[in-house]
Write a protein that binds this ligand. Structure first.
Ligand code: NI
Ligand code: MN
Length: 225
């Protein structure tokens, strides 16, 4: 399995038979280098309804028929635009063709740019091809991350931008609770309010925990052995 970071919180997972996009904010993403037209995912997973996460979902799903996996409310919103979806809620899991998806709580908010209520903001755990990946979405630090880490995580994608989500200091505490093999920082340096030094974060993670930290730039890939 290969993970490609597209900038901000957008990630592509390339599996043996399909690809899955998480929070595909590409076209208006100041740090993205990819083109939304280049992706043909089977599924798009959305953590919440904010514009910097929903991004190109409508265009990509309409073009290639990707199924949106997200909150009940977000899936209903896209159903009104004739986009196929699968609605879930925190704590629920479901076995899809590519792997198992489980949504977790996230401390944040979730409304569409037009004000439509997006349900609960969430993080997501994906189990596929023998790997377990946690994308925290936008969230504050919370102690139940300890429960998420009870089953070994190969990768944790954690926001470090501060202001809208946890900052680097809290993200290091999150790593201590989650104990993933590898941490990848996300949701930073996209806009002025969330500028952070990812390399200083990497140093702190590797000094204070036994996890390794991998800093990716937009379009960098990380291969899971
Ligand atoms: Ni948000
Ligand atoms: Mn965000």
């Amino acid at each position: 399995m290969q993970l490609t970071y597209l900038g901000h919180s957008a990630v592509e997972l390339e599996l043996s038979k399909s690809s899955v996009l998480i929070d595909p904010f590409i076209t208006n993403n100041p740090v993205a280098k990819a083109n939304a037209d280049d992706f043909t995912p089977s599924h798009i997973i959305l953590t919440h309804a904010h514009g910097d996460h929903v991004g190109d979902t409508e265009d990509i799903a309409k073009r290639c028929g990707a199924v949106v996996i997200s909150s009940f409310e977000i899936v209903n919103y896209f159903a009104s635009k004739d986009i196929e979806g699968h609605g879930m809620n925190p704590g629920g899991s479901f076995q899809f063709s590519f792997g198992k998806v489980k949504f977790t709580p996230a401390w944040h908010s979730s409304s569409f740019p037009d004000g439509t209520y997006g349900g609960m903001p969430m993080g997501v755990i994906i189990e596929a091809e023998g790997k377990r990946i946690y994308h925290a979405g936008d969230t504050a630090l919370f102690s139940d991350m300890q429960l998420i880490g009870k089953k070994a995580l190969d990768i944790a994608l954690l926001p470090i931008g501060d202001n809208f989500t946890m900052g680097p200091e809290d993200a290091v505490e999150a790593v201590k609770l989650l104990r993933p093999k590898t941490v990848i920082p996300i949701h930073y340096n996209t806009f002025g309010q969330i500028e952070q030094d990812a390399h200083a974060f990497k140093q702190a993670v590797e000094a204070e925990t036994s996890s390794q930290c991998v800093v990716l730039s937009a379009n960098d890939s990380y291969k899971m052995e």
